[in-house]
Design a protein around this ligand. Structure first.
Ligand SMILES: Cc1cc2nc3c(=O)[nH]c(=O)nc-3n(C[C@H](O)[C@H](O)[C@H](O)COP(=O)(O)OP(=O)(O)OC[C@H]3O[C@@H](n4cnc5c(N)ncnc54)[C@H](O)[C@@H]3O)c2cc1C
Length: 480
């Protein structure tokens, strides 16, 4: 299995196509380190007895032992283990683990390329299976670039004033395609080894050119990664686990980029729009299932901070605190339960891949998204104002005059050391008052698709008419 050192070594050798705040940088730039540390955890934990059972799995393709983050789900158990792995591993990084996008895109491609190959006779599935084997053998870190700029939201891709506001094929060549466009908000693109590109939405027959899917190394010619990097508070006095991990988000630009045939899984040819639409929806579905693992993990973290700060402040047993903690537990466990239900109600596609139940994935994701700011509200309520006004570390840890004074006046319950109070508030401040905390909050709402997308998916599948019939029956209204 690949080690985190090997991952970093390969990453640092990639061409410097990352741009941060006016600079073109290599991947050993210190601003990317926090995100790289997150990904290293996905390599390190294969040797960890706590994770081994969850992260190691036999490839259905090669029968070799591989990392679950490159696996195609073959059973209910696979879906359950992916969900549990995601929930558990996110506790260690204090946020997103970044590898779900890659594995979610692989699973969606496994289904759609099989259908597309059958119906178009282009060897999309054969190409995909070759890529899959490479990814499994190399334990490749991938991201998924789905979200287009989208321009005027009221217009379809082919109606935009600038047709490039959705990524599209601009030229078909004998040996590949040329693509133009961009993808916004792509998590971890500048610390990934490969980028998988998929369409963003359902497409119509005028929109075949937008039905494009491919995978390329992240430093491919003609690809520009414009990146913003966030990290938690860096502590010179007292490095703490959560402070070690960070986040990177990237606008990925494809400037007339050539993609060779062997890496193309949908080429924007006539009639391919339907596959593009299915792929967009299926990636979103897998991703929403992943959210039933990572979002309960975020709630676990918020719940832990809320309970501990209440304990330190001497209010943990108060009724209103207990009620708020119960609310947080209900959100975490209901979202988790929806992922379990989605796994048990999953269907096996003809190609062998398990597809989680769409209703349960969507209601779970919706419940998580709807509650995220409410969870932060609870934490802010129970913490008081200190997360926003916490003195800087140099003052708190000062050994002369100011440090001892601050250590005296930060005290809560007598038996809790001042230093522990400070450390907890530092973490809560990261969650509530830092730029990375803000990024996670917006991700809690929009990651995996805006809330309205979940509403659309939920309403499309639910038999509302059947419920109207119940209402009529109970009310004595004739059903005509
Ligand atoms: C931190 C973070 C990480 C992310 N990571 C990834 C990633 O790794 N890969 C990836 O592909 N994407 C990623 N995303 C993108 C995410 O999926 C999108 O943000 C989401 O789909 C919303 O798209 P948008 O940002 O363009 O917002 P918009 O679509 O513009 O939404 C804004 C509002 O407009 C509404 N709206 C939009 N279109 C219409 C319409 N036609 N009719 C009516 N209302 C409409 C929406 O419902 C919403 O209320 C990430 C997002 C965040 C915040």
């Amino acid at each position: 299995m690949k080690t985190s050192d090997q991952y970093k070594e390969q990453l640092y050798q990639m061409k410097p196509n990352v741009y941060i705040n006016g600079e073109q940088v290599a991947r050993d730039d210190s601003r990317l380190a926090g995100a790289i540390n997150v990904l290293c955890k996905t390599f390190d934990c294969v040797d960890d007895p706590e994770f081994k059972e969850l992260i190691l799995v036999k490839s259905h393709l090669t029968k070799k032992t591989i990392n679950r983050f490159t696996h195609i789900h073959q059973s209910v158990d696979d879906l359950l283990k992916k969900q549990d792995l995601t929930r558990e591993i996110c506790h260690f990084t204090g946020g997103c683990i970044f590898r779900c996008m890659g594995v979610d895109a692989l699973n969606a491609l496994s289904v759609i390329t099989a259908r597309a190959e059958m119906m178009t006779e282009r060897p999309y599935n054969q190409r995909f299976l070759k890529l899959l084997q490479d990814w499994q053998d190399n334990d490749t870190v991938g991201c998924c670039a789905q979200t287009d700029p989208k321009g005027d939201r009221s217009l379809r891709p082919h109606q935009q004033a600038d047709p490039d506001l959705y990524l599209r094929v601009v030229e078909h060549k004998e040996d590949g395609i040329v693509v133009r466009g961009a993808k916004h908000h792509i998590t971890a693109a500048s610390v990934a080894e490969e980028i998988i590109v998929t369409p963003t939405r359902f497409l119509t027959s005028e929109e075949d050119e937008y039905a494009v899917a491919f995978a390329i190394p992240a430093d491919w010619e003609g690809v520009y990664l414009v990146t913003r990097a966030e990290s938690k508070r860096q502590s010179e006095f007292d490095p703490y686990p959560a402070g070690y991990f960070g986040d990177v988000e990237t606008t990925v630009v494809f400037d007339d980029t050539f993609i060779p045939n062997e890496r193309v899984f949908l080429g924007g040819y006539e009639g391919e729009h339907q596959f593009g639409g299915w792929l967009a929806l299926l990636f979103a579905l897998y991703h929403r299932h992943s959210y039933t693992g990572c979002k309960p993990s975020s709630t676990d973290i918020i719940l832990g901070y809320s309970a501990l700060v209440s304990e330190y402040n001497g209010i943990e047993e108060k009724k209103h605190v207990q009620s708020k903690l119960a609310d947080l537990i209900s959100v975490a466990e209901l979202v988790y339960a929806s992922g379990i239900a989605a796994a048990y109600k999953a269907t096996k596609d003809e190609c062998g891949t398990m597809i989680p139940d769409p209703m349960f994935c969507n209601v779970g994701r919706k419940h998580a998204g709807k509650n995220y700011y409410h969870e932060l509200d609870t934490l802010a309520d129970l913490s008081g104002g200190l997360p926003a006004t916490l003195p800087f570390e140099k003052d708190f840890f000062d050994e002369e005059k100011i440090g001892p004074l601050l250590q005296k006046y930060i005290k809560r319950k007598a038996d809790v050391p001042a230093e522990d109070v400070y450390k907890l508030y530092r973490s809560i401040s990261d969650a509530l008052c830092s730029s990375i905390g803000g990024v996670f909050a917006v991700a809690g709402v929009h990651g995996g698709g805006s809330p309205v997308m979940e509403d659309i998916a939920i309403l499309k599948q639910y038999d509302v008419d059947a419920r109207k019939k119940i209402a009529k029956y109970l009310s004595g209204i004739k059903d005509t």
